[in-house]
Write a protein that binds this ligand. Structure first.
Ligand code: ADP
Ligand code: X2W
Length: 259
């Protein structure tokens, strides 16, 4: 079993071979647990509805009106689109959000006064995911969570949600699928993809501004997971052919963040 996070930046561009690769892995008994984003689609719908949106350190400022759109787009539109694509490849998938079966419990983030209804994961209902997997389905999870009282919804950054799920399931590996071939650095005037990176190097690149924007929640989630049972987090480009099976076979691809 492994956790795969699929970014909104890349979802629409994923080739059908990507989903066929998932079917192949499922047939081999290597089950992906999928957590997806959808930031660009949320911004698009908010724009169409004339609701203003803003990010503070990579987190969307979220109120109830924004949450209505986040839930509609993530748990409705995007989640079902991914499930349909996986099913078309012949694999079995089941979509749910962190609300269903109390899958993801959260507490308000430390800077809730700045970003509003955004959550940090406190608990994942791992038994529910294991049950779905035992029935032969791969779970497809939208990052919306519930507060401790079970009544309030929260928006969760998809990288943060994926990292927390990987940690709680105790999987060996998390694969982060995005629109760049890995963490890039300019060396001698040339932009290269770093095959691997340490926590220290990540922190230095954040300080220098070489890691910025949407890459920051990814590396932060990666650092948090490798401090637990997860051995490695690999950041790859989803349009690379057979990217998942190649990474799982150990091919040097993308950027590996290791303990
Ligand atoms: N050092 C870096 N290497 C590669 N990409 C980076 C780096 N720093 C920042 N980025 C940005 O991070 C983006 C990926 O994050 P994001 O757009 O949030 O994707 P996703 O929707 O997949 O979560 C890249 O497109 C790139 O603009
Ligand atoms: C709190 C927060 O920022 N939530 C994100 C959830 C979606 C997401 O993370 O999507 P990507 O992986 O495509 O960026 C948002 O509202 O955009």
């Amino acid at each position: 079993m492994f956790v795969m996070k699929c970014g909104g930046s890349t979802l629409a561009a994923l080739p059908s071979s990507f989903f066929e690769d998932m079917k192949q892995l499922q047939d081999e008994g290597i089950i992906p647990v999928i957590v997806h984003g959808g930031g660009p689609a949320i911004s698009d719908t908010l724009g169409k509805l004339g609701i203003e949106t803003e990010f503070v350190n990579g987190l969307r400022k979220t109120n109830e009106a924004v949450l209505d759109v986040v839930e509609m787009v993530l748990s409705g539109q995007i989640n079902k689109e991914i499930v349909r694509k996986i099913q078309l490849s012949g694999a079995r998938a089941m979509g749910l959000s962190g609300v269903d079966g109390h899958l993801i419990q959260v507490r308000p983030v430390a800077n809730a006064h700045e970003v509003g209804l955004v959550g940090d994961v406190t608990h994942v209902n791992a038994e529910l995911l294991q049950g779905i997997i035992q029935m032969g389905y791969m779970p497809v999870i939208a990052p919306v969570g519930l507060g401790a009282d079970g009544g309030q919804r929260y928006n969760i950054n998809a990288d943060t949600a994926a990292g927390a799920i990987a940690s709680q399931l105790g999987v060996e590996r998390m694969i982060v699928v995005t629109d760049v071939p890995g963490i890039m650095k300019t060396v001698g005037g040339e932009k290269i993809v770093l095959p691997s990176i340490t926590v220290q190097e990540i922190n230095d690149m954040i300080t220098s501004g070489e890691i910025y924007g949407g890459m920051i929640p990814k590396v932060r989630a990666a650092i948090q997971c490798i401090q637990g049972k997860v051995n490695e987090v690999i950041i790859v480009n989803g349009s690379e052919p057979q990217v998942l099976s190649r990474v799982i076979k150990g091919e040097v691809l993308g950027t590996r963040i290791v303990k």
